[in-house]
Design a protein around this ligand. Structure first.
Ligand code: NAD
Length: 381
């Protein structure tokens, strides 16, 4: 079978779902590989680099979609791309199945099988295919780089002949995958880093990375701001008040704030309010990684950088992984390659879409003319 990767058509998207390295591995599974000309260009992979490892380069998207049995891409398919699906073809990409009824209907009508990468169950066995975590890790790291770029000062403290420079103080709100990556990047640049999460069980992880966990003035047994099954849920009003009071106290002292707080299937909680922004020092920077879900910060504008009257920069970009396209393409293409390994147990270049497998079942949103989303809950492994 042929696995093909088209050029992403979403404006500004620089990632690509197949790299020369992943193509080599896919070929070892028995597949022929194909890309659309220029597909890897923005991520730093030339057509020549693909050709060198035996990938066929197609001149047009049409030709690629027609010839490939399996299409691997990054962004959910556009209407135009959905039209190119045909019976029996498999599409592997982000798909946003919860908010993409039209896409599910179109894929079903075409009889195409769709694997949505954001639906890979978060169980240990599937970590190698967990593209959400791969991208969150990059977003967290890149958020710190972006903050540094807009901050205009060192992160690390220095004593120089020209004077003493204090270290920057960074607060990370939400210590999931993105938050932990941000903590790692900020501490490695020498900042004094603080972190907060409603899930107190992450305190140890935060501290092991050299950051200080921010505790609230709450009884210890009440510190749990609400979590279910390892994920956050909505905090009680008392907890929220205690959290906001703590943030209010910290705000004037923080140089950089990176917010990553999300609650599955909900708008992002507003945690950094206008008065906190107003009390920050001129030149401080806020990166709101929750911007796509409405933002954690009052004043965030999605996909924009705004500077407030008191000189605080608030960044609401939602394309951090694409801003590190070489790295994110490598990790995403590896996630796809691992998915293909599980779909090809015989290594014979033939997809074996085993719906008895929890991970494959969980990620499959249309199969043989049926919508198979949402999946049944996975068995614990
Ligand atoms: P996420 O992106 O959904 O949310 C980011 C963080 O925001 C979470 O840590 C959450 O607790 C926190 N948060 C929510 N409301 C908040 C509030 N009011 N104040 C402060 N913080 C708040 O999270 P994620 O990165 O997807 O990770 C969530 C959990 O899933 C973690 O325990 C993570 O280790 C786990 N996980 C497991 C796997 C796996 O087993 N394969 C993979 C990825 C993540």
């Amino acid at each position: 079978m042929i696995i093909g990767t088209p050029k992403e058509i979403f404006e500004g998207e620089a990632r690509v779902a197949m790299t020369p390295e992943s193509a080599l591995q896919l070929q070892k599974l028995g597949y022929d590989c194909m890309i659309e000309t220029g597909a890897g260009e923005a991520a730093g992979f030339s057509d020549a680099a693909y050709k060198e490892v035996g990938v066929t380069v197609k001149k047009t998207a049409n030709a690629l979609w027609k010839d490939a049995d399996i299409i691997a891409k990054v962004r959910p398919p556009s209407d135009e791309e959905l039209k190119r699906l045909t019976k029996g073809k498999t599409l592997i990409s982000f798909f946003n199945p919860g908010g993409n009824e039209a896409g599910l209907d179109a894929a079903k009508a075409k009889g195409a099988n769709v694997i949505a990468m954001e639906m890979v169950p978060r169980i240990s066995r599937a970590q190698k295919m967990d593209a959400l975590s791969s991208m969150a890790n990059i977003a967290g790291y890149r958020a710190v780089i972006e903050a540094g770029n807009n901050f205009g000062r060192f992160f690390t403290g220095q004593i120089t002949a020209a004077g003493k420079v204090p270290p920057a103080k960074v607060l990370v709100v939400g210590a999931g995958v993105a938050g932990l990556a941000a903590i790692g990047a900020a501490t490695s640049l020498g900042a004094i880093t603080y972190a907060f999460d409603v899930r107190p069980e992450v305190a140890e992880q935060v501290e092991s990375m050299g950051a200080e966990f921010v505790y609230l003035d709450f009884e210890e047994e009440q510190q749990d701001g609400a979590s279910s099954g390892g994920y956050a849920s909505v905090s009680s009003p008392e907890f929220r008040e205690a959290q906001l009071a703590k943030f209010r106290e910290l705000a004037p002292d923080m140089d950089i704030v990176i917010t990553t707080a999300l609650i599955p299937n909900r708008e992002a909680p507003k945690l950094w309010l206008e008065d906190m922004v107003k009390s920050m020092k001129r030149g401080s920077v806020i990166i709101d990684l929750a911007a796509e879900k409405g933002g954690n910060v009052e004043g965030t504008v999605m996909d924009e950088k705004v500077v407030t009257d008191n000189g605080v920069t608030i960044i609401g970009y939602t394309d951090f992984p694409s801003r590190m396209a070489a790295q994110s393409s490598s990790l995403y293409a590896t996630n796809i390659r691992h998915m293909m390994t599980d779909l090809t147990p015989e290594k014979d270049g033939q997809i074996n879409h085993n719906m008895e497998d929890d991970v494959i079942r969980g990620a499959t949103v249309t199969f043989e003319g049926e919508i198979t989303f949402p999946p049944p809950p996975p068995k614990v492994q």
